[in-house]
Design a protein around this ligand. Sequence first.
Ligand code: ADP
Length: 248
Amino acid sequence: MNAIEVNDLKYRYHDGTEALRGVSFCIAPGECVALLGPNGSGKSTLLLHLNGILPEKLSGDGTVKILGEPVTPENLETIRRQVGLVFQDPDDQLFCPTVQEDVAFGPQQLGLGDVEIAVRVQKALAQVGLAGFGRRATHHLSHGEKRRVCLAGVLACEPAVLVLDEPTSDLDPRGRREFKALLRQIPATKLIATHDLELVVELCSRAIVLDGGSVVADGPMLELLNDEKLMLEHGLERPHILRHQHPH
Ligand code: ADP
């Protein structure tokens, strides 16, 4: 069974913008897949469909299945237990006064008991390197810390599928390094929309390239990233760390 199955997904915003024009792909459990593409290619729109955040088009134009379960208005609760989505902007995700409350919110929604919640919050904060931050005010944290709190909130729900939108943008080099090390340790199936090609080279075995709301390439990561023509055609570039290697 696939972890993520997207079949002929189309989405048009209210103003008429066609953000997705028939996107199809499958991701097997345990895969770590990069979602690449220029700005405006539809990456965020696609990711929002994976846990039904754009619900008005859940029926009709295409289907999304998570672990075999179709994403429909009726089973959003089940789907959201399986899929952890980390937004691009932490300020869109964080809304509780303290770090602890924010990280506890997801597990509370899952209906877990207080003791289990407390254990999960502590564990998730430790995982993201924020042990001891529980009582800090969320809005006083640095951007990098906010990102980690968002990830902790998602990890505390122990999702089988982790979906990340630009997880390393605005992180300093050390923050990036630590974030990548952290992601590597998480066993969930991962789909990561990113412009951070170093992250892609280090973590992802496969890449999907979106452009203009369509999948223009889907294959082994190194093969795609080494394809200079493909990269340039779609507003990307062959990463520097591959430059010393010969294209395959
Ligand atoms: P990406 O994440 O690859 O930058 P997006 O999914 O954000 O791409 O955007 C895809 C297309 O949809 C773009 O043309 C963008 O301008 C448009 N778009 C995104 N959000 C909205 C919105 N809320 N209303 C109208 N158009 C939108």
